[in-house]
Design a protein around this ligand. Structure first.
Ligand code: 5GP
Length: 208
């Protein structure tokens, strides 16, 4: 009988410039029925916004706690983003992937590049704005933040535009539902990719 291969799950990295709507697209994806995606909740030192819940939106921690995590190598990646730390707890990701689950990260670009180094098998999706103006509008309309922060986010987003070529896929966020559809299609296609599916096919051949 064919040996049972340990099938690791697929890691999907959703990334892109600040203010492009990654978070909204990710939420729309998880609101859908009939998916097996699992969201990796990030850790951050930024204070919660109104309506955010610890353990659901983020794990909100102090700078000291975050730096301890870095020291103990408990983060798959992390980045400093407009004055705060953001990072992906590694244990959850490893445990779910080992169980064959599909794990989604929604992170900014520096972190995505670190994941690319450590887990080149992951799928990297760049969420792009339909236009530069659309991005500017989104960032300036984010009323919860002072102007100084908004300006910093805009400058950062401009620089991040140029990083799209480092990703496997570019998804334009023209509408949230379109973007979510495209991501679902990418995940489906990734599963059918020869290098990911050939061993399953070989098993079928062995049995017959
Ligand atoms: P926000 O403060 O708006 O929730 O997030 C700011 C940025 O941090 C967003 O671009 C978001 O995608 C990114 N982000 C959230 N979690 C992580 C993480 O774990 N690692 C990295 N590198 N970026 C993250």
């Amino acid at each position: 009988m064919a040996m049972k291969l340990n099938e690791r799950g697929l890691l999907v990295v959703i990334s892109g410039p600040s203010g492009v709507g990654k978070g909204t697209v990710r939420k729309a994806l998880f609101d859908r029925e009939n998916h097996n995606l699992e969201y990796s909740v990030s850790m951050t030192t930024r204070p919660p916004r109104i309506g955010e819940t610890d353990g659901i939106d983020y794990f909100f921690v102090s700078k000291k706690q975050f730096e301890q995590r870095i020291k103990n190598e408990k983060l798959l990646e992390y980045a400093e983003f407009v004055g705060n730390y953001y990072g992906t707890p590694i244990d959850y990701v490893e445990e779910r992937l080992d169980k064959g689950k599909e794990v989604v990260l929604e992170i900014e670009v520096q972190g995505a590049m670190q994941v690319r180094e450590r887990m080149p098998d992951a799928v990297f999706i760049f969420i792009a704005p339909p236009s530069r103006q659309a991005l500017r509008d989104r960032i300036t309309k984010r009323a919860t933040e002072p102007e100084r922060i908004i300006n910093k986010r805009m400058q950062k987003a401009e620089r991040e535009f140029g990083m799209a070529h480092k990703y496997d896929y570019i998804v334009v966020n023209d509408t949230v539902e379109n973007a979510a559809d495209r991501i679902m299609a990418i995940i489906r296609a990734e599963h059918a990719k020869t290098e990911r599916s050939i061993h399953k096919y070989m098993k079928i051949l062995e049995v017959e």
